[in-house]
Design a protein around this ligand. Sequence first.
Ligand code: NIG
Ligand code: FE
Length: 414
Amino acid sequence: MKKLLLSNAAEVVTFMGETAKKGSEMSKPLVIKNGCVLINGETIEAVFPISEISRFDTANAEIIDCTGKTVTSGFIDCHTHFIFGGYREEEFNDRLNGMSYMEIMRRGGGIVNTVSKTRAASIDELFFEGKKRLKQYLEYGVTTIEGKSGYGLDIDTELKQLSVMDKLNNAQPVEIIQTYMGAHATPKEFDSADRYIDFIIEKVLPQIKEKTKAEFCDVFCEKNVFDVAQSVKLLTAAKKMGFGLKMHAEEIVPLGGSGVACEMGAVSVEHLLHIDETNIDKLSKSGTIGVLLPATAFSLKEPYAPARKMIDNGCAVAVASDLNPGSCYTQSIPLIIALSCMYMNMTIEETLCALTLNAACAINRGGNIGSLEKGKQADVVIHGVPSIKFLSYNFCVNHAQTVIKKGQIVLNKI
Ligand code: NIG
Ligand code: FE
């Protein structure tokens, strides 16, 4: 098996283990000065300071000199809507001119606007645009993303979105974990959200289970979208069918869905801009991860999720992009790091945890990715800076220089 040695990094920084870090554990990474990562085939063989190199068989390894650089686990974007047809740049302008996201939605824009364009798009068009977005992700050091359907709403288009993700998974290096999110909006063919939820449960979920690789079922629990009772009905059915559960909650109006999702054993609750103390408490006592999306708050000019309060109260927090054509059209990891540190008051260590191990756990992959340790998949980023502190200090700049996915160098800018 071919070996690769990342040698003498100024810092190798990683969280350890297979489960999400909660509260103060999020600020305690392992930092190895003059660190090395030895990769054997697709897997990490060892992580150690260069002073211990004689203990390892590196004789035939290809060497990458990491002097003066920082090595971390590949970033994981655990919440995206990256497959969609068309764009909504006019709506973005309307928002700049003062119209709210919900007003645009009431006027017939918003998610249903993208639904029409996604239904009309061919597989090739969705594939081509999706591939460009993934290439940009890779540039930022992202090695795995979650992708949600939810811009088809009818069976055929939901299946089309998921099949495009499957095709892309085999066509480029960024690994894609699929989520079915038919409960993103009620399509115009249905006169009530209740009837649409019943349709999903009876007609769509069985097909998603049989024909796709979707692992999770997500729902937009929001005023005028799906209420808590409708969301619970759907997630209860999805759980019985073996899907992992996710919920968009407390994004615009706090309905309290997040606490209920935690009690149902959801893998993650996401957005949480308006989460209150009762639900923070429920989240902290659960095994659920709070996925925060600061670029969406930035784009909607809404207040940021109370990350500091959540972490101080013992929650496990991940951060992600929420890339989508409406509320947040960006996949900029440097922006997300900057917003996490400067507006959500997270430290860079907590932010790293939120983008690696906790993000891996938010897609049920903590056993395989998210940290640099023996036996995990070799997904690694070499950053052209001497410590992780520079990722927040030299903000909004992309520092990812070399990206390794499953032991292969898939991007090298030096
Ligand atoms: O996560 N909140 C729901 N869904 C997306 C927005 C989708 C859209 O506007 O197209 C979000 O913000
Ligand atoms: Fe989202």
